[in-house]
Ligand binder design. Sequence first.
Ligand SMILES: NC(=O)c1ccc[n+]([C@@H]2O[C@H](COP(=O)([O-])OP(=O)(O)OC[C@H]3O[C@@H](n4cnc5c(N)ncnc54)[C@H](OP(=O)(O)O)[C@@H]3O)[C@@H](O)[C@H]2O)c1
Length: 255
Amino acid sequence: MSAAPREPRTVVVTGASAGIGTEVARRLAADGDRVHLAARRLDRLEEHVAAIRAAGGTAFAHACDIADGESTRALFHAVVERDGRVDALVNTAAVLWLNDFATLAEADWEAMLATNLGGAIRVTQQALAHMLPRDAGHVVHLTSTAADLGLPGLAVYSATKAGVRQLLAALRGEYGKRGVRFTEIQIGNTADTEGGGQALRPIDAGAIGHILRWTGAPEMMKPADVAAAVAWALSTPTSVRLDRIVMRERAEIPT
Ligand SMILES: NC(=O)c1ccc[n+]([C@@H]2O[C@H](COP(=O)([O-])OP(=O)(O)OC[C@H]3O[C@@H](n4cnc5c(N)ncnc54)[C@H](OP(=O)(O)O)[C@@H]3O)[C@@H](O)[C@H]2O)c1
């Protein structure tokens, strides 16, 4: 039995110029949503939007730096000006540098804080500004295995992802009764993204040994696997509180 047709949702996907964010945008557009792709590289976003439109979907590109308040406000302003609403936010934007904590450059850890945690706060505040007046909305953030475990070589990254977890936990208490849902999708190593490439930058031998235990799995997850989880999360009835999905490659060491 096929599902009844539903109204297209307006969904903002951050980090949509690459990796998992691009796949999430494609998947939601294929499912019939109006998808607003946001990231700093507009040229990449425009390529993805063109591909989505060519496949019959509805998508728009927005240059946005979520580490910047004005840029983030402008993103949501543009979305609401076009669609009049924000039904869901999927925040996938993040940066990471794998490095020995003691020598991690201040500019690098500050960028991780400003984007991964500060950016998560900024986009969530902006989304809520449009969701709370309608008593409806779904806020989804991608976190990482690192949020629970605190991975060597990724100390600050781990802290930012743990911060996002707690942000969502607190917001469930604060706004759950107002009809807004907050979901964390916590994922393990996922292939075919730029993040993996960044992680191969400066290396501490001890840290990389540990990380390779995780990245050496024969069958890493794919961005499409994560996109399917996002699509499912958004499709659950609004009466369902969906706090957290945890996804790992099957061969990852159990914890
Ligand atoms: N891949 C994995 O193995 C893995 C594992 C665990 C968790 N995760 C999490 O999953 C999410 C997606 O990861 P990924 O590997 O697909 O990432 P990715 O390929 O590195 O892409 C990151 C995206 O974030 C955007 N971005 C970075 N800084 C930004 C900023 N200041 N403002 C707006 N956009 C920004 C980038 O676009 P621009 O450069 O164009 O701005 C890009 O679109 C991240 O939250 C990551 O922490 C990934």
